[in-house]
Design a protein around this ligand. Structure first.
Ligand code: SF4
Length: 421
């Protein structure tokens, strides 16, 4: 959005208060000095209350148009944002290419506003051709301050595609935010940005923030070929599904500087995997990919979740066993969050599984949804035991006795379920 504004002759400034460690007063001071005509500030679900009160404060400090930018399109939450923030309107859609018109009031697609207290949502229009996007305005951000734990310091992010067509949209917010239709930038367009990053900013580490980076294998091959041909010595990381990988592609990715991948595994239970979590992916395929990655020196970070509706203590044990057996380099376990707007949210509401609608707890870590089989405490306990199993199994024979003990405790916990039922 900033790059579009600059290209169209406007002046713009980006404030990333997290990395700059700015307090609210610092930002108010900058706003007073800069005197902008419009201020766009992001609002996310778990930080919604702080974000909204910050926006409200800004409305007092400045006569600028105050706009809330969010990826949430669920109407009740849009209304809440508008009411709590006093923002003039919300941008919830893809406004990368027409942000100037939106600020100028000439266009309203992808926005929401209150009219006499009633919420009006103007239909979104997505960017169909992502090659039309300008290169991001990296010159306006403190590039040296960005860090990604799996790649290290001075890492930048790139997005080369949008949308995700997979059926895990049942619980996943990606398709809700970016749509189910997958759109991608051409390999040449992606390369232009990589060259800009390397040559103009001397950045050598890139995190690709696509939902499924290798969805189109041919395109991924081409991107890698171009990186290799241009001899760009970069280290990069991406996120994908195992059914979008194969040995040939992984070799090429490694050659092009790929250090590892976040892999959506979700569960170790084959039935949940095939029916709810990752339709199309199998544990056999995961095993194969794990072996190839190990041989190539590609690190795998497994993304797991506990608490899908079909989950039981036994299926949680399957996840624990899978992690102990495959020993990925790292894991992240979230407790299922029923994001508003997903089918899971509707189902969970109907069944009375959701304990609160305090959105600040919808962060992927707080237990806010129980199921018919598992309580909130069960989910936290399972998350802890799987993490513990992972950490002990990585330590090798030295932790063998502690791992056996943990295994015993896990099995005892499962048998308690049997007794209760
Ligand atoms: S979990 Fe991954 S593959 Fe499934 S819908 Fe979300 S982003 Fe797509």
């Amino acid at each position: 959005m900033t790059a579009t504004l600059l290209n169209k002759g406007h002046e713009a400034k980006i404030i990333d208060s997290d990395v700059e460690d700015y307090k609210n007063d610092d930002i108010y001071r900058i706003i007073k000095e800069y005197k902008p005509e419009a201020i766009i500030a992001t609002v996310s679900l778990p930080t919604i209350y702080n974000d909204c009160s910050f926006l409200q404060e800004i409305c007092h400090y400045s006569s600028a148009n105050v706009i809330a930018k969010t990826s949430i399109s669920y109407p009740p939450i849009l209304k809440e944002i508008l009411k709590k923030s006093s923002a003039d309107f919300c941008i919830y859609g893809e406004c990368d290419l027409n942000i100037d018109k939106i600020i100028g009031g000439e266009e309203r697609k992808g926005t929401a506003f209150l009219s006499n207290g009633k919420l009006e949502i103007v239909e979104n229009s997505i960017v169909a051709d992502l090659d039309k996007l300008p290169l991001p305005a990296r010159n306006l951000i403190p590039n040296e301050k960005y860090h990604y734990i799996l790649l290290g310091d001075k890492t930048t992010t790139m997005q080369t595609s949008r949308g995700c067509p997979y059926p895990c949209s049942y619980y996943c917010a990606y398709p809700l935010v970016q749509g189910k239709k997958w759109r991608s930038r051409s390999p040449e367009h992606v390369l232009r940005e990589i060259e800009d990053i390397v040559n103009n900013y001397q950045i050598k580490k890139i995190l690709f923030r696509d939902a499924t980076f290798t969805l189109n294998k041919k395109r991924t091959h081409k991107i890698c070929d171009l990186i290799i041909q241009k001899n760009l010595k970069i280290e990069w990381w991406c996120e994908t599904r195992v059914d979008c990988l194969d040995s040939k592609l992984m070799q090429k990715m490694r050659q092009a500087g790929c250090q590892g991948m976040n892999i959506g595994v979700e569960t170790g239970d084959p039935e949940i995997l095939e029916t709810q979590a990752k339709i199309g992916m199998t544990l056999e395929k995961l095993n194969v990919i794990r072996n190839i990655a190990q041989k190539l020196g590609l690190r795998l970070h497994f993304l797991l979740m506990v608490g899908l509706p079909k989950e039981t203590k036994k299926t949680l044990y399957e996840t624990y066993k899978l992690i102990c057996a495959l020993k990925p380099e790292s894991i992240g376990i979230t407790i299922v969050t029923p994001y508003p707007g997903t089918q899971l949210y509707t189902e969970a509401k109907e069944k009375g599984w959701i304990k609160t609608e305090d959105w600040s707890m919808f962060d992927g870590h707080s237990p806010i949804m129980r199921t018919d089989n598992l309580s909130f405490q069960d989910l936290v306990k399972a998350q802890r035991m799987i993490y513990r199993g992972f950490s002990l199994s990585c330590r090798g024979p030295i932790s063998w006795i502690r791992l056996r003990l943990l295994d015993y405790c896990f099995k005892r916990w499962i048998s308690q379920e049997r007794n209760t039922s």
